[in-house]
Design a protein around this ligand. Structure first.
Ligand code: MGP
Length: 326
């Protein structure tokens, strides 16, 4: 764990059937578009029977799950009828978000978690790309990405400003048996980052290899103005009204990026599928007067079946072909 690979394992997430082969995002200077397709779990992927040592490990997990159990802190639904209308379409995707959703005591999400958690297969894919020693998950929410990072990184520093969401993230990570790889910190990322940048670097200070940014996009209305019906299973890649980085919270998305780049060159930025790619491109400021090599940004389209869910923008050494920047 912790060693970077050429992420050849990604191929196992990819299936080509019935999926458009080309991105419809228009090309922007210094941005390269790649496409990743995650499919629903197949029946043949059911886990094999457990060995004795795996069963012992399961018992330890059960004890830890009980210790950090947050059941009762957020509504839990047993049937679709109990789910509020605004959350129904997310609840229908619960096992896409957490494949262990129903493993007792069950994964938990608050309202913001329901509409902003990264589907597990996409989170796993991003985590493979971000494989490193120490990763900072700046807005961990209910833990979908932090759980995935715990499988590929030695240490995950997971921040959230909400005590409830942070506790839900730990609850969910216990169900996955990976919480011991994650340091859960109740903090506002902006203050945390500023303190980190201004503190003197000592040999004891921990190097952060990668910063992952999955900030609030301003709620489920981030697509508003889109010409696509919200329930469309469209194969179109970009929605019609571009999402501006100024809509990112808690600060302008460009300022968030600049702050994070002072922590690490290697940034993975999870953004709406309708984000304005010209704004993404402008995040890297080039000094053409200097004879420095141009840095590229890799924008990965995250598809689930025929549906484009989001984009992950890789900067620095995370972009394919730029590992020397890592
Ligand atoms: P979506 O468009 O709201 O859902 O979000 P979906 O299922 O595509 O619905 P449809 O109506 O478009 O068919 C798509 C994905 O974007 C979600 O699975 C989340 O991973 C991510 N996402 C959505 N929101 C509102 C946020 C957000 O505010 N922040 C972050 N970081 N991710 C979000």
């Amino acid at each position: 764990m912790g060693k970077r690979s050429n992420f050849s394992g990604l191929a196992r997430f990819v299936q080509e059937a019935n999926i458009p082969s080309e991105s419809s995002h228009t090309l922007v200077e210094n941005v390269r578009i790649t496409t990743k397709r995650s499919m629903e779990p197949l029946d043949c992927e059911r886990p094999p029977k457990k060995t004795k040592s795996e069963a012992t490990k399961d018992n330890t997990i059960v004890k830890l799950v009980q210790k950090y159990d947050m059941s009762g802190s957020v509504p839990v639904f047993s049937t679709m009828n109990e789910v509020p209308d605004n959350l129904k379409k997310y609840y229908a995707q619960r096992e896409r978000f957490f494949s262990l959703y129903s493993t007792p005591p069950g994964c938990l999400l608050d309202e913001e978690g329901w509409y902003s958690v990264t589907p597990e297969r996409i989170a796993d894919q991003i985590a493979e790309r971000c494989r490193c020693d120490t990763i900072l998950d700046a807005f961990c929410g209910v833990g979908g990405n932090a759980i995935a990072f715990a499988k590929t990184c030695q240490r995950v520093i997971a921040l959230d400003i909400s005590p409830t969401r942070l506790a839900l993230a730990r609850h969910n990570a216990q169900i996955y048996g990976v919480a011991h790889h994650i340091e859960f910190i109740l903090a506002d990322y902006i203050s945390f980052a500023k303190t980190l940048i201004s503190s003197p670097k000592t040999t004891a200070s921990r190097k952060i290899d990668v910063v992952f940014l999955s900030p609030p996009w301003g709620g489920p209305s981030y697509l508003s103005g889109s010409s696509l019906p919200s329930d469309s299973d469209s194969s179109s890649t970009a929605d019609s009204v571009p999402f501006g980085l100024s809509d990112i919270q808690p600060i302008h998305g460009a300022d968030l990026f600049d702050l994070s780049r002072r922590i690490s060159t290697n940034i993975a930025y999870y953004l709406p599928r309708n984000v304005n790619l010209n704004e993404v491109s402008a995040l890297i400021k080039h000094d053409f007067a200097k004879d420095s090599a141009q840095e590229f940004i890799e924008v990965e389209e995250e598809w689930m079946g025929r549906k484009l869910k989001a984009l992950t923008c890789y900067f620095g050494g995370l972009a394919n072909g730029q590992s020397e920047l890592f």
